[in-house]
Ligand binder design. Structure first.
Ligand SMILES: [Zn+2]
Ligand SMILES: [Zn+2]
Ligand SMILES: [Zn+2]
Length: 158
């Protein structure tokens, strides 16, 4: 299902509240607590469905009056990734909040090259294909990640 990138077009508040609920339960089950920078970084990432670079996050935080070094941002991102609420996009060297309902292991994405909008693909078929191909090659999969670059419907229509 395509997700419009403009936060107001699709009732993004409910995406955020669902993601936060999931995040809090992950936090509790892993016995972790949030550091000073984690909360604002997560909020920025949750503000829409697009990817953010670490330096963009540093810049946005400093505009909010928070002095944060890139290394601290990376540390927070590592923690948020460990908690499964943020994913890294290797082709973009950027980070995106996860808005999936359940535990998210697949990490397969459509990424818009124009606006950096990201939507996750949850495809069991894709997963099976990867596992089958890996088995045939005796390849052990660490991260079955796929990043597909293109143009989202909104950018295509403007
Ligand atoms: Zn949304
Ligand atoms: Zn996800
Ligand atoms: Zn786009």
């Amino acid at each position: 299902m395509p997700k419009p990138s403009k936060p107001n077009d699709h009732g993004h508040a409910s995406c955020v509240s669902k993601a936060k609920t999931r995040f809090e339960s992950h936090l509790k089950s892993k016995g972790k607590s949030l550091g000073r920078n984690d909360e604002p970084i997560l909020s920025l990432l949750l503000s829409n469905h697009r990817a953010f670079g670490a330096y963009e996050l540093v810049e946005k935080l400093s505009k909010m009056g928070k002095r944060v070094q890139a290394v601290q941002v990376y540390r927070s991102l590592e923690k948020l990734m460990e908690l499964g609420v943020v994913h890294k996009l290797r082709t973009k060297n950027a980070f995106v909040a996860c808005f999936e309902d359940e535990a998210c292991n697949s990490q397969q994405f459509f990424i818009c090259d124009v606006c950096d909008d990201v939507s996750e693909i949850q495809s069991q078929t894709l997963d099976n294909t990867i596992q089958d191909a890996a088995r045939k090659r005796d390849f052990s999969v660490k991260l079955p990640s796929i990043e597909i670059l293109g143009v989202c419907s909104e950018c295509a229509s403007t």
